[in-house]
Design a protein around this ligand. Structure first.
Ligand code: 13P
Ligand code: SF4
Length: 356
């Protein structure tokens, strides 16, 4: 639907009034009505770096979800304020790993005698206290753009016995381990926080190379291998391009797999007339289709699948946050406590220092 012209004018006026005091970041899954006001757009890795590179902006308005705003707060200077236009914009995947549950899993690894060889790696899509847990325990953060370098780094930390404890997305962990690191499915076990001892024996923990947390993205989890087969039958020559949060069976059937930034670059470089079915969030796929009318771009599913929490950041919330700033009122300030911030920053910095 077209944006409300009155709200568009108000957003524009507020942005102009704030000038360089505000820097607006927009994740690729944001609505068109919001992304039009972003100073930069990106995947979660690019946005984390961009936030850190704007020390002159007093306010960072983050059009994305809560864990991204937390990471921006951690990476910016203490006098910069990060604002999330709707505090209810969380992430169901990030919510699948809570600190006490993760600490229980760690205790089980200590008991099984393996914790000394375990390097915890958390996907960016996790709360700041999970990132801090990784920082405290010699681990790092990764995103879908650098999961392979993060695992390369992790496996070099403790010699040949190294194990990686990967949080919270089992699919990104499994897809990266099996398709990029040469591990097998048998090298991976899944820790299920809802079961006693994660549903794993001490022996299974000892034998595993990858201990995957049982978390997933409800949006990317909906793509199915059958849809890939159907599409290949109905559209000969179609290329299947998916995000690594999709289940392993879908990724195995895809032609290309990568982060949202990778997906965009791939489509930009694709020849006119080529056909692409894309397995990622729908706002991004629709925008790609609109921006590339010379290519045939479709969504890899028959149902509609927006990320409902990303979509919470709509134009009314954006205008409200921006106009409040103009009036001198800081709303929805996302702030991480100093101890969590310190250790989460250690883990984020290890990611930013990865080669490549
Ligand atoms: P990135 O490609 O930015 O890592 O995004 C995936 C995602 O689901 C963000 O929430
Ligand atoms: Fe979380 Fe998935 Fe939405 Fe990304 S797309 S914010 S991982 S629920």
């Amino acid at each position: 639907a077209a944006s409300d012209p009155d709200l568009v004018a108000r957003a524009r006026a507020a942005k102009e009034a704030l000038g360089s005091r505000v820097f607006v970041l927009g994740h690729h899954y944001q609505r068109d009505e919001v992304i039009q006001f972003a100073d930069v757009t990106g995947d979660s890795f690019k946005l984390a770096r961009d936030a850190a590179a704007r020390p002159e902006a007093e306010f960072i308005v983050f059009c994305g979800v809560h864990f991204m705003a937390e990471s921006a707060d951690i990476l910016t200077s203490p006098d910069q304020k990060v604002i999330l236009p709707d505090l209810a914009a969380g992430c169901s995947m990030a919510d699948m790993a809570r600190l006490p549950q993760v600490e229980d899993a760690w205790d089980a690894m200590v008991e099984a005698g393996v914790a000394d060889s375990v390097v915890p790696i958390t996907y960016m899509n996790s709360s700041a206290d999970i990132k801090a847990f990784c920082g405290r325990n010699g681990g790092a953060v990764c995103t879908s753009s650098n999961a392979e370098s993060a695992l390369d780094w992790a496996f070099a930390q403790k010699g040949e016995d190294t194990k990686v404890f990967f949080l919270p997305d089992q699919h990104l962990g499994r897809n990266t381990a099996v398709l990029r690191m040469g591990l097998t499915l048998d090298d991976c076990v899944v820790w299920d926080p809802r079961q006693a001892n994660g549903g794993l024996s001490a022996e299974q923990l000892r034998d595993a190379k990858m201990i995957l947390w049982r978390g997933h993205c409800s949006v990317h989890g909906r793509f199915s291998p059958d849809t890939v087969d159907d599409l290949r039958k109905t559209i000969p020559g179609v290329s299947i391009l998916v995000h690594p949060e999709c289940v392993h069976e879908v990724v195995l059937k895809a032609d290309l797999v990568g982060s949202t930034e990778f997906i965009i670059k791939t489509i930009e470089a694709a020849p006119p007339g080529s056909a692409w079915a894309i397995g990622t969030e729908l706002n991004l796929v629709k925008r790609l289709a609109a921006d590339h009318p010379d290519k045939r771009i479709m969504f890899l599913d028959k149902t509609v699948c927006y990320c409902s929490t990303m979509n919470r950041i709509d134009l009314p919330h954006f205008v409200w946050a921006m106009e409040s700033l103009v009036e001198g009122v800081v709303v929805n300030h996302v702030q991480v406590d100093p101890d969590t911030e310190h250790w989460a920053k250690v883990a984020l910095q290890r990611m930013l220092d990865l080669p490549g």
